[in-house]
Design a protein around this ligand. Structure first.
Ligand code: MLT
Length: 255
């Protein structure tokens, strides 16, 4: 499936993949902020925003990766610089596993390589059920405190809540089950052969402490950037800090 997207700029493609339960607008500060040397492409994963609702449910993280591959092929822009935020990072790992030739560098934002521990999997099922019955908004209200840094503005908080509210409940339910079933990517970290930047917010409260550091240490040559005044959603909480880290990473010749 070719995904709907919004893009800005020209040059090699920087593809930005959003997290859960979000859409492309989590990257609105990157469209202008990173488009001086890149064509910034922000797709909506299937079932929300500009992307069609799928004919068949359920889907998997691998399905999202296959949609990205189709979109990259449609744009004829391979290999791309690929950034994935949280669930988008799980999708990036899946694309790296299935189609490594499409990726020339990787930015892993507020994400982790490990699969869900068994006790977490039940929580995914409860989340899916809640999303399907009451809509994504029901998830948003219980998640938001853990996602954003205390210093994040009310305006950003409202924008994130509205974004979540717009994602159909069935889409969030499918994503939750897809995350439950995702493959563990820990064993592939040591063999990632493209340049990697790992990004964390200094106020991250959703992922266990040390997740980003451990992942960066396990990937040969990976760099770690810690973004101040940001929790789980650094691209929208501190766009200037996030963009600066990514620009520095992409700056060397040939990247
Ligand atoms: C996300 O931000 O995409 C999700 O919180 C990831 C997760 O629940 O594992």
């Amino acid at each position: 499936m070719k995904l709907g997207y919004v893009q800005a700029g020209a040059g090699p493609v920087l593809l930005l993949v959003h997290g859960f339960p979000l859409d492309r607008r989590i990257w609105s500060g990157q469209l202008g902020g990173l488009s001086d040397k890149r064509q910034v492409v922000t797709p909506d994963l299937r079932g929300r925003g500009l992307s069609p609702a799928p004919g068949q449910v359920p889907w998997s993280i691998d399905t999202h990766a296959a949609d990205l591959a189709d979109t990259i092929e449609f744009l004829q822009c391979a290999p791309v610089d690929l950034a994935g935020l949280s669930m988008g990072g799980y999708v990036a790992f899946a694309l790296m596993r299935s189609r490594p030739e499409l990726i020339r560098s990787l930015v892993l934002v507020s994400t982790r390589a490990a699969e869900d521990p068994p006790e977490y999997k039940t929580g995914r099922e409860m989340t899916a059920e809640r999303a399907e019955r009451f809509g994504t908004r029901a998830l948003a209200e219980s998640m938001i405190e853990k996602l954003l840094a205390p210093s994040t503005s009310e305006q950003v908080r409202q924008a994130v809540l509205a974004m979540m509210d717009s994602v159909p409940g069935i889409t969030s339910a499918n994503d939750s089950l897809a995350m439950r079933d995702r493959a563990d990517a820990t064993s592939m970290l040591g063999s990632i052969a493209v340049p990697v930047l790992v990004v964390e917010g200094t106020q991250e409260a959703l992922l266990p402490a040390g997740t980003a550091q451990a992942m960066a240490s396990a990937i040969p040559g990976a760099r770690l950037a810690s973004i101040p005044a940001a929790g789980h959603f650094a691209p929208i909480e501190n766009p200037a800090g996030f963009n600066e880290a990514v620009q520095e990473f992409l700056a060397p010749a040939g990247r």
